[in-house]
Structure formats: structure tokens, C-alpha cells
Design a protein around this ligand. Structure first.
Ligand code: ZN
Length: 134
């Protein structure tokens, strides 16, 4: 088994926020930025855990553990009416952008300040940032 890498890779556009239930609640659960990224990839993008784990730079087992932890916290918040805080960056995470090629479907990682726009696989120019709302 590969040695775990030092950083967990997360999408650059994830922002810290707070979700408050209508009813007053002083209790909070905190979703870490890597948990938020894991459920984004697994639940929102519908990726296989294996692919999502590779994108985040963790093992599939670690990815599964992160997703389960996130699901448990979200369930706890919904059922027990707690606030959800998300997305504080910490030293174990590194921000990246995910790019997707419209020609061949390749998805790859670039640093958050990367400006280029060519697919490393087929060299097509019609690539875009893989984001939450598009
Ligand atoms: Zn391509």
C-alpha cells in the first residue's frame, strides 16, 4: 500500500460558511475542509471513491473514512438541529483547481493560481474549471 501523502488536496473555491437552522441552536458541528471536499467529489460530482481519493491525494480507505465522518456530522446536524460550520483551512490541506477537458473528459489538478488552458492528454483548448455550480 502506498504511503499516505502529506497533504490533502482540496478545491480552491471552497469557502468557510455557517448553516443555521431556523430554530435557535447553540450546538454546532464542524465539517472540516477535507470533509467538505470529499462529499463534493463523492456526492455532488458522483465520482467513484477511488478516483476522488486520488484527486485528494489520500488512500481509498482514508477517503471512505472522511466521507463517512462527513455524512455522520451532516446527519447529526439535520436530525438534532445543529449549526454546521464548514471549511476552515488547516495545514494538512492544499488548495488546487480541478480542470476538465471537454474533448477527452480528462480531469486533472493544477495549482490555484494556474492560468493555462490546454489539456495535458489531448492538447485541446476547450477546458474548464470543474466547479460546484456548472
Ligand atoms: Zn483532452
Amino acid at each position: 500500500m502506498a504511503r499516505p501523502k502529506k497533504y490533502r488536496i482540496v478545491e480552491y473555491s471552497l469557502k468557510p460558511t455557517v448553516f443555521k437552522p431556523n430554530r435557535k441552536s447553540s450546538v454546532q458541528v464542524e465539517l472540516t475542509i477535507d470533509e467538505l471536499e470529499a462529499i463534493r467529489l463523492a456526492d455532488l460530482e458522483g465520482m467513484y471513491q477511488e478516483d476522488a481519493a486520488e484527486i485528494m491525494g489520500v488512500s481509498r480507505q482514508t477517503f471512505g473514512r472522511i466521507v463517512r465522518s462527513a455524512h455522520r456530522k451532516i446527519a447529526d446536524a439535520l436530525v438534532n438541529i445543529k449549526e454546521i460550520r464548514t471549511g476552515k483551512f488547516d495545514e494538512k490541506c492544499r488548495k488546487i483547481k480541478l480542470m476538465k477537458c471537454e474533448s477527452c473528459g480528462k480531469i486533472w489538478k493544477v495549482p490555484e493560481d494556474y492560468e493555462g488552458s490546454e489539456c495535458p492528454k489531448c492538447h485541446a483548448k476547450n477546458v474548464h474549471i470543474l466547479k460546484i455550480d456548472n
